[in-house]
Design a protein around this ligand. Sequence first.
Ligand code: SAM
Length: 245
Amino acid sequence: MKDLYEKFAYDYDEFGAIEEYLGDEKRFFEEVFQQYKVSNVLDCACGTGQHLLMLLQSGFHVAGSDYSKSMIEVAKRNLDGYGYKPKLKQCDFRYLEKVFDETYDAVICLTNSLPHLHSDEDLVTALISMRKRIREGGILVLSSGTTHATLQYPPIEVVVNRQDFSRVFVKEHDEQFQTIHIVDLFHDEHHVESNQYDIKYRLLLDEDYKKLLQEAGYKKINIYGDYSQNPYDKNSMKLIIVAEV
Ligand SMILES: C[S@@+](CC[C@H](N)C(=O)[O-])C[C@H]1O[C@@H](n2cnc3c(N)ncnc32)[C@H](O)[C@@H]1O
């Protein structure tokens, strides 16, 4: 499997620092983790470590893994910068047992990470692998910005617009897949560069997640449409799942 983030990892955080955009998300995790008595967490698509940092700052014990070696390298660097050294491993989330033998109170897989897998078989394999790393009574948390409502949005979205850097998403989708063409433009007098990354996601909405999670043996599946835990509906801007083991 190709690492789509091999180069992108080093610019990924141009989205902005976690402190700037994760306010609601931090409160959500603190509330949900308190409810399920979560103390240790595995982020199995940790990317540049932004959620690991958020959770460490909230006092949780964390470990992280990601398929992309570059993402792991950037996560290590980011967390080192804050004086944190959690366990970080390169690992495909379909096969977590190859790297982790312990179980966690929660496994998280956030921001459109699971939909990198395209077949039902791979998706169920990944969800089972995650379930096996969660203790009885623990939870899996998934999140995505792809919803019934966001699919209706105009296909071009300027997600970062600074004086020195812009990031534009150009999105297209059919019934089964969504492709996001990410265009990065560096445009100050010292740095002029453009890069494009094309990421193809399996289109997964509430009912798809429910079906896959049931097939993978999860007991109760809660689906929220925002970080205030309002139920998901056709107007939701987020799709957040808390599945119980
Ligand atoms: C859109 S990024 C999200 C990263 C991070 N969770 C965040 O919220 O910023 C998707 C991440 O999923 C990872 N990923 C994709 N397929 C994976 C797989 N099979 N196993 C583990 N990680 C995977 C990518 O390497 C990338 O870091």
